[in-house]
Ligand binder design. Structure first.
Ligand code: PHE
Length: 455
């Protein structure tokens, strides 16, 4: 496909919402609140904001630059901008990363559908805490049910992606993102109004600077990366559909703000409700699939209708957030196959859906009947998560910063950031300095820390 007949997002708002849809996902709703609560509350949030602004947004703008300038899929973008150099492997790495993440992320996304069904059919009522643990383990280790939901979730993603950029991705983002925002605000208000909610608000928001160790700083940076969908070409793929007048800096800023607001509001849904019923919030998937159903049931025990409405809405919210993220992951590989190998978009999407279904099946079974197969002591699901989130994303992000900071022609970068000189961008020198020095060094540190090499 030549660069000229490539589709674009129809509006700037559509572009912002599509990118925000990629960014807002499971990472905001379960991972952020837990990290914040345990790492010093508002102190963590401040450090996190620092990471978003100092590292996250500049790298996001770097990815935008790569995408919009090359007008190509991530897999091809580096090749277009630096032909016949090994930099094209960074593009391929992004495609591979997004494809692998899509596989296991869809498994957890599928679980949200089971929990919508449970919430709607009264599956949470009259259960004890132990029952919720059993319910989740029985379900996630079942060899069949999670696979059905995985299939449904990938199918939903597929159907949106096949419809294309404007009629599929942009339209869905415009519909789902406002809905998602309304749901988060509504649920946060419900939670904050519960008796005894203050202690949860305090847990999340009271700054405790004594907990901010270098380690916390690094986990905030890792969280910012995952949450902003950086380091694997999702954003550069979306940016290849940006129009000429889209402002890269402003778009990055809007997405950063939306993503952070949803993360903090999710904390305001989870902690006040959990503290109100006296349940200690837990980490990871068990927080949303074990603790929260229990919380919903107890918090509104006198009013079963409210318990039904809030829990159903919560899982719908989670499913929508996950869907807009899986769409972006799927698009990276689909458009790569479409443009590189000239498959029709439909065929490319089929290949990606079938491939990610396979990876999803393996990851899902790895939590149950295949849990005895391990790689480096981890089951296949955890190994995939570790490999992608802890190794491939930081490496991708670091190489992106180095590429745009050092390799890409200065004039190209300036043209893209200032829309060919029509915008005054006062932070430009700082931005370039960050890309050249601060981001690569900072990411190298997260990376070394995640691998445990600092200890
Ligand atoms: N940002 C998404 C989240 O917070 C996850 C994601 C990562 C989506 C990378 C796309 C690409 O859950």
């Amino acid at each position: 496909m030549s660069h000229h007949d490539r589709v674009n997002f129809a509006s700037k708002l559509g572009a912002v919402l599509a990118v925000a849809g990629s960014a807002v996902g499971l990472g905001n709703i379960w991972r952020f609140p837990y990290e914040a609560g345990n790492h010093g509350g508002a102190a963590f949030i401040l450090v996190y904001l620092g990471c978003v602004f100092i590292f996250g947004l500049p790298i996001m703008m770097a990815e935008f630059t790569i995408g919009r300038r090359s007008k190509a899929s991530t897999g091809e973008a580096f090749h277009v901008l630096a032909p016949h150099t090994p930099w094209r492997w960074v593009g391929y790495l992004g495609v591979l990363t997004s494809f692998l993440i899509l596989g296991y992320y869809s498994v957890v996304s599928g679980w949200t559908l089971e929990y919508i069904v449970q919430a709607m059919t009264g599956g949470f009522s009259n259960k004890t805490s132990a029952d919720f643990v059993n319910m989740f383990t029985d379900f996630s280790q079942n060899p069949f049910r999670p696979l059905c939901y995985l299939f449904v979730f990938i199918l939903l993603t597929h159907l949106v992606v096949v419809k294309g950029v404007e009629k599929g991705i942009e339209r869905f983002a415009k519909l789902l993102m406002p809905l998602l925002f309304i749901l988060v605000v509504l649920l946060a208000v419900c939670s904050v109004l519960l008796p005894g909610a203050e202690r949860g608000i305090e847990f999340l928001l009271k700054p405790d600077f004594s907990k901010v160790t270098p380690d916390v700083f690094l986990s905030a940076m890792g969280q910012a990366f995952f949450s902003l969908s950086l380091g694997m070409g999702c954003l550069s793929t979306y940016a290849s559909y940006f129009g000429k007048d889209t402002r890269l800096g402003r778009t990055a800023m809007s997405v950063g703000i939306i993503d952070t607001c949803v993360a903090v509001l999710s904390g305001l849904i989870i902690f006040p409700a959990a503290f109100s019923v006296g349940i200690q919030p837990d980490a990871g998937p068990s927080l949303i699939f074990i603790t929260l159903p229990n919380v919903f049931q107890q918090a509104f025990s006198g009013i079963p209708f409210l318990s039904f409405v809030c829990s159903t809405l919560f899982y719908v919210l989670l499913a929508l957030a996950a869907l807009t993220s899986t769409i972006s992951l799927h698009e990276v590989s689909t458009v790569f196959l479409h443009e590189k190998f000239h498959f029709t978009r439909k065929k490319a999407a089929y290949i990606v859906s079938c491939g990610s279904l396979l990876i999803g099946i393996v990851s899902s079974l790895a939590l149950g009947i295949w849990s005895s197969y391990t790689i480096a002591g981890m089951n296949i699901f955890d190994a995939l998560d570790y490999l992608t989130a802890k190794i491939m994303l930081p490496v991708g992000g670091m190489l992106t910063a180095i590429f745009v900071g050092w390799v890409l022609k200065k004039q190209i970068l300036r043209d893209e950031i200032t829309n060919y000189g029509s915008l005054k961008v006062s932070f430009y020198p700082v931005f370039v300095f960050i890309l050249k020095f601060i981001a690569p060094i900072g990411i190298a540190l997260i990376f070394i820390n995640e691998l445990g090499l600092l200890k």
